[in-house]
Every structure is written in structure tokens, then in C-alpha cells.
Design a protein. Structure first.
Length: 180
């Protein structure tokens, strides 16, 4: 199944939250762009767009890059949701969950096939996030929330590291490839 078809399904879900008078949304604009166009100004985009980028990269066979942008999107979206619980946090959480399941599912299935690569990717995401601006949610204004979100990703990486053998065993049991 192509991730872009999934992006289309998620787009339909998102359209229910957009007023009918809206002519074009950032999501529509992102779907129309190439992955390379999206990367150029990704720091200025809503975290949802990172998922669009990840899906496009995955479909283009650029799976390591897709993994990076998926996790960059997850980190920034989690931060955004925690920093902005109003006016409707449920809607953001629903979109985040849908994007994570529909776009993140295939990428994660591939990424967990190489635990060392995944751990390095998570470290790279944290390093990128540290040095890259975030035009959507201020790291300065929400410093405590930002650090809490980053700590969550560090804990996730540690969990993967500590449970690598069990993850590999479960993947083998499921008939999924382990590349390392």
C-alpha cells in the first residue's frame, strides 16, 4: 500500500476539521510539494507536515530519511500538543494518532528491522531538534515542556536499546526481516 494513498485518507479526516470557506490548507500545499521542497523549510511547518514528508520519502525508497522525519515529526507534534492544550487538544491528538498509525506504521515496521540504525536516527533527531528553530512552538517560551518531550524520546530510545533482542525475536516470530 502506498503511503501517499494513506496521506489522502488522512487528508479526508483532516478536512472535517477545516471550515468550508478555506480554499487551501497547509496540508493541501504539503501534499502538492515534493519531499525535497518540503525539507527546505520544514522548521516553519506544523508538525503534521513532517508526517507528509516522511510518507513521501518512504514511498520514494528513501526509508532512512523517512524514519528521521517521522520521529522529528513525532517529537515536535508531542511538544506542540503538550505546550498548547487549548483550544481543542483532542483534535490535535486525533490527527497525531491517525498520522502515527497510518504513516508511521509502515515506516516503523521497516525501521525496527535495524535497531542500531533506529537508535542512531533517534539521537540524530534529538541533535537536529536541539539546533533547529521551531517556528510553530517556541522552545524558549515552553522550555520545560520541550525538555520533558525530549526526555520522553530519550527514554524511548533507551527502551529500544534495552529490549533489542526481544524486539528482534518478536519480529522474527512475525515473519519480519531483521537487518542487523
Amino acid at each position: 500500500m502506498k503511503t501517499l494513498m494513506t496521506i489522502g485518507a488522512v487528508a479526508l479526516f483532516l478536512l472535517t476539521a477545516i471550515p468550508a470557506a478555506a480554499e487551501s490548507t497547509p496540508f493541501d500545499d504539503a501534499v502538492a510539494k515534493t519531499a525535497d521542497e518540503l525539507i527546505k523549510d520544514i522548521e516553519t511547518q506544523h508538525p503534521m507536515i513532517y508526517f507528509v514528508l516522511a510518507g513521501k520519502l518512504y514511498d520514494a525508497g528513501r526509508k532512512e530519511e523517512a524514519t528521521f522525519w517521522l520521529y522529528a515529526g513525532q517529537l515536535r507534534y508531542r511538544f506542540h500538543i503538550e505546550a498548547h492544550p487549548e483550544p481543542d487538544p483532542a483534535k490535535d491528538k486525533e490527527v497525531f494518532a491517525a498520522m502515527t498509525q497510518q504513516i508511521g506504521g509502515p515506516i516503523n515496521q521497516w525501521a525496527f528491522g535495524d535497531i542500531a540504525m533506529l537508535e542512531k536516527t533517534l539521537a540524530d533527531v534529538l541533535a537536529w531538534d536541539e539546533k533547529s528553530p521551531n517556528a510553530i512552538t517556541s522552545k524558549k517560551d515552553f522550555a520545560e515542556t520541550w525538555q520533558k518531550t525530549r526526555t520522553g524520546m530519550k527514554g524511548y530510545s533507551a527502551y529500544i536499546h534495552d529490549n533489542a533482542e526481544q524486539i528482534r525475536a518478536q519480529r522474527s516470530k512475525n515473519g519480519w526481516e531483521n537487518r542487523n
